[in-house]
Design a protein around this ligand. Structure first.
Ligand code: SAH
Ligand code: AVI
Length: 347
């Protein structure tokens, strides 16, 4: 595959008006720079966090209900069956903060919150997500279903910074990172993120990490190539998000969804592949992107782990493995880690 030309254009961002705007513009300038760098890289890449605008979040929810998409069903069942034991290990009534990264619609979090309430606790729930739509849904669902739980939405990109409200005095914190979202990162990013999480924890606080495990490649492939084409739509929607954000002119209909299982890397990769030669105006990203027919942009990796790989990741980030819970079909695992004083880091 030949590299595309990525000609720079030096159009400037509008001048910042005041301190709050400066922060927002910094974030925007940084995002435009990342997009520019990603499209110039081999392979070309757009970060998967851009999949989740309002429409993308709604499409993801639809994916979780597809017959082919097994991870959500498998993890939900595990959590329902083991919620009591997890909450007991996390302090029972002393569990005062449940923090969830990439909370989505938080549908499966309810069973953990229920177990904490049943143990006599009154946990606050901090839902961290890049999608305002997903956070609003969470607030709605929980306000109706569990009015006794105080929900605090934290609208943030956890790859940039993780600002959490101060913890409640005296209680324990449990951080949830579910859905197998850890598999959307390479090791270095995953360890960096979990290490940042640990900075918000005291010794004895816990992390519950959900991870997709290595299983039958046909089942994995089907989960990302569903018959109804919802995943294809979810993938193409990313180009609409980038257009809206950066003023670029990608035409999603000129791309095919491609999601192969990469055996040697034990991961699905999602790509958008050009159906015909094109030159795309990149708007505020700068310049244009030349693609030939068959050229692709990678939009997500979704890894499958072994148990030992998951335990190693949490260990490197400063969590001592406490418990491993695996689905009977071996497709999904939950690692419960206890926050330690020290981080090993990835060497
Ligand atoms: N935990 C839910 C949702 C998983 S989908 C589940 O298990 O079903 C991944 C979620 O992470 C989405 O809600 C998405 O909006 C959020 N997300 C992805 N990248 C993010 C980032 N960089 N910062 C914050 N949230 C992010
Ligand atoms: C959020 N994440 C764990 C999903 C996954 O399976 O990697 C996102 C997704 N991509 C395509 N389908 C679902």
């Amino acid at each position: 595959m030949a590299r595309p030309s990525l000609r720079r254009n030096r159009r400037l961002l509008p001048e910042p008006a005041g301190p709050a705007t400066v922060v927002r513009l910094d974030a925007k300038a940084e995002a435009l720079r990342h997009l520019r760098e990603g499209l110039a890289r081999t392979p070309r890449e757009i970060a998967c966090k851009y999949l989740y605008d309002d429409r993308g979040s709604a499409l993801f929810e639809k994916i979780t209900r597809l017959p082919e998409y097994y991870p959500t069903r498998t993890e939900t069942k595990l959590l329902r069956e083991r919620a009591r034991a997890i909450v007991e290990a996390a302090g029972g009534a002393a569990l005062s903060d449940v923090v969830e990264l990439g909370s989505g619609a938080a549908e499966k979090t309810v069973c953990l919150l229920d177990a904490a309430l049943a143990a006599g606790g009154h946990p606050r729930y901090l839902a961290v997500d890049i999608s305002a739509h997903a956070l609003e849904r969470t607030r709605h669902i929980l306000a109706a279903a569990r009015p006794e739980v105080h929900v605090e939405p934290v609208h943030a990109d956890y790859t940039r910074a993780l600002d959490l409200p101060p913890r409640k005095q005296g209680g324990r914190r449990l951080v949830l990172f579910l859905g197998g979202t850890i598999g959307n990162d390479e090791d270095a990013e995953a360890v960096a993120l979990l290490s940042r999480v640990r900075e918000h924890l005291d010794q004895g606080d816990l992390l519950l990490l959900g991870a997709n495990l290595v299983t039958d490649p046909a089942a994995i492939h089907a989960a990302y190539n569903d018959a109804q084409g919802v995943t294809a739509e979810f993938n193409k929607n990313l180009l609409r998000v980038v257009n809206a954000f950066a003023g670029s002119a990608f035409d999603p209909e000129l791309f095919d969804h491609h999601a192969p299982w990469i055996v040697e890397k034990r991961r699905i990769e999602m790509w958008l592949v050009a159906r015909e030669p094109m030159t795309v105006e990149l708007g505020r990203i700068g310049g244009t992107l030349d693609l030939r027919k068959g050229d692709g942009v990678r939009t997500e990796i979704s890894r499958r782990f072994t148990r030992d790989e998951v335990l190693r990741l949490i260990d490197l980030a400063g969590f001592s493995p406490e418990r491993w819970i695996e689905s009977p079909d071996g497709r999904f695992g939950l690692a419960l880690g206890l926050s330690r004083a020290s981080v090993r880091g990835l060497r």
